[in-house]
Design a protein around this ligand. Structure first.
Ligand SMILES: [Zn+2]
Ligand SMILES: [Zn+2]
Length: 139
């Protein structure tokens, strides 16, 4: 998802984040990639010092604008930027191990999962599911 600088600003504002240069640079960088952006590539692709980049990544992740895919150590835009992320949301990624394609899937599993967690009185903080395999073109 290629975003202009103005669109990046709007995304930050709509998620109640202060518009800062490092955040804009990180969003533009991730938007310019066709697949997930590896943390290493973001750090090395920007002329900002690494701690600043990590802070920007952390705040953008926290706000739900981007998601971290742990098994790839990479970041992607949330495909549901218009959603309210205030109470967090369950995220299901399908990751093709052959071509690297990553999709965020929206599924009614979410409703069931919430009910199950609620019944157990479990307070979930990180609800990211990473499903590895082969996509329809690679299978
Ligand atoms: Zn998302
Ligand atoms: Zn594939």
């Amino acid at each position: 998802m290629k975003l202009s600088r103005a669109q990046c600003q709007t995304v930050l504002e709509s998620h109640h984040l202060k518009v800062t240069e490092p955040r804009l640079m990180v969003l533009e960088f991730i938007g310019a990639q066709s697949g997930p952006s590896k943390a290493y590539d973001i750090i090395h692709g920007l002329t900002v010092n690494p701690p600043t980049v990590y802070r920007a990544l952390a705040s953008l992740t926290e706000a739900g604008i981007i998601h971290r895919i742990e098994s790839l150590n990479a970041y992607v835009f949330c495909l549901h930027l218009d959603h309210d992320h205030s109470e967090g949301h369950e995220i299901f990624f399908t990751i093709c191990d052959d071509c690297g394609r990553v999709d965020e899937i929206d599924h009614d599993l979410k409703t069931n999962l919430r009910a199950v967690l609620k019944a157990r009185n479990f307070h979930a903080k990180r609800r990211i599911f990473e499903i590895h395999g082969a996509c329809s073109s690679c299978a």
